[in-house]
Design a protein around this ligand. Sequence first.
Ligand SMILES: C[S@@+](CC[C@H](N)C(=O)[O-])C[C@H]1O[C@@H](n2cnc3c(N)ncnc32)[C@H](O)[C@@H]1O
Length: 169
Amino acid sequence: MISVHVQQLSCMLRPRRILEIGTFTGFSALCLAEGLPEDGRLYTLELRPDDAATAAGYFARSPLGSQITLLTGDARTIVPTLPESWDLVFIDADKTGYVDYYEMVLPQLRSGGFILADNVLFHGEVLADEVKGKNAKAIAAFNAHVMQDERTEKVLLTVRDGLLLIRKR
Ligand SMILES: C[S@@+](CC[C@H](N)C(=O)[O-])C[C@H]1O[C@@H](n2cnc3c(N)ncnc32)[C@H](O)[C@@H]1O
């Protein structure tokens, strides 16, 4: 759970439009929404209807809930339909989708905007000589993909399971 750190980063960056991929119970969405100005909005995408329903319950009970749009379904389908320019994107869904999500949101990210990608150390498994397991391999591939990308600048924050802070040039 990286939520305290993303809350601090959101409050520092003051984004007007936030996209979160992977809502789960909505905790990180509520933390990210702390950084929104009054006219700001956060979109959060969740594949599983049960988790989306849980999150919707928490959003309904929060004063920040009115600034949150929760959409249920596959982010791969939903993201291209969103007519927004993002200031901040938080990628925290299935690890095998990270490269797709990154490539999908980058054109919609404003110049100078940020992507935060969670779990980029994957319990330290990405540092092994031979990376094993589907998810660790997917994260290692994501890290390699982003590191060679000249469209962005990045810094690895070694908090919790690793948070990659990526800035679009
Ligand atoms: C690690 S949890 C998110 C945790 C949440 N961001 C937090 O910190 O409170 C990952 C979530 O992504 C969702 N997910 C997985 N694949 C997805 C997809 N293709 N589109 C949208 N959500 C997806 C899962 O159902 C799961 O609830």
